[in-house]
Design a protein around this ligand. Structure first.
Ligand code: ADP
Ligand code: MG
Length: 469
């Protein structure tokens, strides 16, 4: 082995380990489906001088990741590599011969550069708004009527309406983030001098903790008090974080008193935010709370049409209707379906047929189920079924029926989730992984010998899967 290739090997090992650390952080912040679709296919290439070079399978991939996960990637590489970290993308292009070769000269420096961003007024901070979330591409429907109308009024007159704070709530993937960022983008375009900032409440918490450690709490709080428009996403993550809530309360008051606009989102209405300080809840109710409901069929079709157009996809109305009829409660999933189709069609140059669509819709349903089935949800079903208190299976008890329930729950957790034996053991009163192995073996054996056990397991699986939809 010459010295060149030795260096290469050492380099590769470090590169792989840096990328692995990044992946594990990313995994904690995205759904399993997102992780598998967008992050697993990325290949690490090289790491030197704080620059990590990775390879992406297509141009489309790059655009998608840049649009949706720019902030996550930036935070991750800063965490793993340090503040001067850079990420470079190399895009593999499909060639006529069907061979993937890295496109030379296609290296891009992501994260740092955003040529498409309008820089009108030079600011000393970043707004963290994604320019692609606009009013223009937010489809109106019955489910978002009030929220959309209020959003328009606010961006006409930030801080000057009675909608302060503006509190948007609703289930996942229904457009809360899109809508509030659209307000932010619209304000930045129309009132370039206004200081607008967007962040999620968990980022707010992390920054606050860092500020405490660095002894810079005043600076931190001053920064946010100095905004004209403060958009905080997913405020429910402040639950249980007393100190952060206190600080946020004071920032809220300062901004509100000086008629600055505050915009918040949450998965539930203010009054249901149990564990959030009462004085915050009451302030959240000062302005306007508007919910976003899942879209009806017509809106789902309209959204799909618009997105397909944006992606430059040609799909028949029949197929769009099929998707809209089968994916009902989450716009992110509608979009995810198109992306999967596009990825399949463009990577394998397949046509988008109804067959492919059926398969894709099914995949999405499976992904959704896998994400929703947890050790806790399994334990609950098993204990309800056997009429045993959930806490009992976590206790030391060796009573026969409790041991059986515990073993069943362990076995089903192994079967239906991706959790490791160790994690499963931990969920049942900190038991060892060998206990889980033993439980799985006992249930397997009982299944072989006893048809009533087989039947019970079938019923439990059905119930668990039903709950997960
Ligand atoms: P939430 O924050 O409620 O979980 P998001 O705002 O992240 O949901 O929306 C999920 C995806 O669906 C985003 O890509 C968003 O652009 C899209 N989306 C949501 N609502 C609409 C809508 N009314 N029109 C067009 N796209 C939408
Ligand atoms: Mg959101």
């Amino acid at each position: 082995m010459n010295s060149d290739s030795m260096e290469q090997t050492a380099l590769t090992r470090e590169t792989v380990s840096v990328w692995k650390s990044c992946l594990s952080k990313i995994k904690d912040n995205v759904t399993q489906m997102t992780y598998n679709t967008w992050f697993l296919p990325i290949k690490p290439l090289e790491f030197s001088n704080s620059t990590l070079k990775v390879e992406l399978p297509s141009q489309f991939f790059w655009e998608w990741i840049d649009e949706h996960y720019n902030a996550l990637i930036r935070n991750t590489i800063n965490d793993v590599i340090g503040q001067d970290a850079k990420l470079e993308y190399v895009i593999v292009e499909e060639t006529a011969s069907g061979l993937d070769v890295p496109a030379s000269g296609k290296t891009r420096v992501a994260v740092e550069e955003k040529p498409h961003e309008r820089k009108i007024v030079k600011k000393d901070f970043e707004s963290f708004l994604n320019p692609r979330y606009t009013f223009e591409n937010f489809i109106k429907g019955e489910g978002n009527q009030l929220a959309r109308a209020a959003a328009g009024a606010i961006s006409d007159n930030p801080g000057g309406t009675s909608f302060n704070p503006f509190f948007v709530y609703g289930g996942v993937g229904l457009g809360k983030t899109h809508l509030i960022q659209a307000i932010g983008n619209d304000i930045v375009n129309r009132f370039p001098e206004k200081r607008v900032i967007y962040l999620s409440s968990d980022i707010f918490t992390v920054e606050f903790v860092e500020a405490i450690q660095a002894n810079r709490v005043n600076e931190f709080s001053g920064f946010y008090r100095n905004m004209d428009v403060l958009l905080i996403d997913d405020i429910q993550f402040l639950i249980g974080k007393e100190k952060t809530q206190d600080l946020f309360f004071h920032i809220f008051n300062t901004l509100h008193q000086s008629r600055k606009q505050i915009i918040l989102t949450s998965d539930k209405p203010p009054k249901n935010l149990k564990g959030l300080n009462e004085r915050l809840i009451s302030r959240f109710q000062w302005g306007l709370s508007a919910d976003i409901q899942p879209p009806e069929l017509e809106t789902r079709i309209a959204i799909l049409k618009r997105k397909a157009e944006d992606y430059g996809m040609i799909i028949s109305t029949g197929i769009l209707e099929y998707i809209a009829m089968n994916i009902k409660s989450n716009i992110r999933e509608l979009e995810g379906c198109l992306i999967k189709l596009l990825a399949n069609a463009s990577l394998n140059s397949k046509e988008i047929t109804l067959d492919l669509v059926r398969k894709t819709v099914k995949e999405i349903a499976t992904d959704r189920k896998t994400n929703n089935i947890t050790i806790d949800s399994i334990t609950k079903v098993v204990c309800d079924y056997l009429n045993i208190g959930e806490n009992k299976v976590r206790d030391k008890t060796r009573k026969k029926e409790i041991v059986q329930a515990r073993q069943l729950a362990m076995y089903l957790s192994k079967e239906l989730t991706k959790s490791s034996l160790k994690t499963i053991g931990l969920h049942f009163g900190g038991r060892d992984h060998s206990t889980v192995v033993h439980a799985c073996a006992s249930i397997e054996k009982a299944k072989e010998n006893d048809s009533s056990i087989r039947e019970m397991i079938g019923n439990l699986k059905n119930q668990i899967e039903l709950n997960a939809v």
